[in-house]
Write a protein that binds this ligand. Structure first.
Ligand code: FAD
Length: 299
């Protein structure tokens, strides 16, 4: 074993994904790997068979993992890849595991921005890059100049933003590559960020059910409208399936009221989608990612 090989602690078998998702649901991952650093991660990836399914996650804040869990390997960058550096000239390099909230606060201290919108996003930079996460008019990819990616052979490349198709809460790029880090070009001498962060966080607290397990917005907003408005107008606030409930506070949030299964949440998602289609004629598109196998399905 070399110094960069994973320790037993870093690799867990049959790890319940409910421990690693903000909805607090999800069956076991066959293998769950939480690397300590980039070199160890790359070494680990090189040991995987070509046909082993690999799924990278950050903080699981946009994930519905089904009750039967995930076959293959889950790689969770949230505990590692934590480097955040000011490279000068307004350029910030953030590794994939850095929480978005840390990017917002540190950029504010460095007088760089705009990065305040990151403050309310409870995920990592890696997840934000995959989702083009955004809020209050700001979006992740607006300031990305280039990213470092790894493929399943453990090769690392730097790609500029032209290699990616960046859309609303969706980013497409070369297949079987995952984000290790990104470089952002921010404005220098940027002021008033700290005040704005406070305002944005309290606006969220007023509008969203933040103390309860959720995944934020379940559906993307359709062009020119808001998913929450459509769901509320369809009379679905407070609708329930088992332990899952359409939040009475924000209709585009589904909360786990305690004891919900992933199946409860998925059933409620489908009910909301069908009702909104029936009432408004609008086909809502999912923002959250649904992964894994249903309970009892051997895969
Ligand atoms: C209370 C609450 C509020 C929220 N508010 C917002 C908001 O205002 N705006 C917003 O956009 N989102 C919001 N979200 C959703 C979520 O926080 C974002 O989508 C976030 O970017 C997901 O990051 P994550 O690290 O948790 O990713 P995960 O949920 O772990 O993964 C999300 C996707 O990213 C992929 N991924 C993760 N890491 C990598 C990587 N290193 N390389 C390649 N792919 C990767 C995963 O495979 C998956 O497809 C909210 C969620 C909650 C719970």
């Amino acid at each position: 074993m070399t110094g960069t090989m994973p320790t037993v602690d870093a690799i867990r078998h049959n790890e319940p994904m409910s421990k690693h998702t903000t909805w607090r649901v999800g069956g076991p991952a066959d293998v769950y790997y939480s690397p300590r650093c980039r070199d160890e991660l790359l070494e680990f990836v090189r040991t995987l068979d070509a046909d082993t399914p690999v799924y990278w996650i950050g903080l699981g804040s946009n994930l519905l993992v089904r009750d039967g869990g995930i076959r293959g390997v889950v790689i969770a960058t949230g505990q590692a890849l934590n480097g955040l550096r000011n490279l000068g000239g307004g350029v910030v390099e953030a590794e994939a595991g850095v929480p978005c909230t840390v990017v917002a606060r540190q950029c504010s201290r460095w007088h760089l921005g705009p990065a305040e919108f990151f403050a309310g996003i409870p995920g990592t930079v890696g997840g934000a890059l995959r989702m083009n996460a955004g809020a209050f008019g700001g979006e992740t990819w607006e300031r990305v100049t280039e990213v470092d990616v790894a493929d399943r052979h453990g090769n690392v490349r730097t790609r500029d933003r032209g290699a990616f198709e960046v859309g609303y809460r969706d980013v497409r790029g070369p297949v079987e590559e995952w984000f290790l880090a990104a470089r952002f070009q921010f404005n220098e001498h940027y002021e008033a960020a700290a005040d704005r962060i406070r305002t944005l966080v309290s606006e969220r607290q007023a509008r969203q059910p933040l103390g309860l397990p959720s995944c934020g917005s379940v559906f993307r907003n359709p062009p020119g409208d808001h998913a929450a408005r459509l769901i509320e107008a369809a009379g679905l606030k407070g609708a329930r399936e088992g332990g899952a409930e359409v939040s009475p506070k924000h209709a585009n949030f589904i909360i786990n009221t305690g004891g919900a299964t992933a199946a409860d949440i998925e059933t409620l998602i489908e009910r909301v989608r069908a009702t909104v289609r029936q009432v408004h004629g609008v086909a809502l598109q999912l923002e959250v990612k649904i992964v894994g196998e249903p309970a009892g399905d051997p895969g």
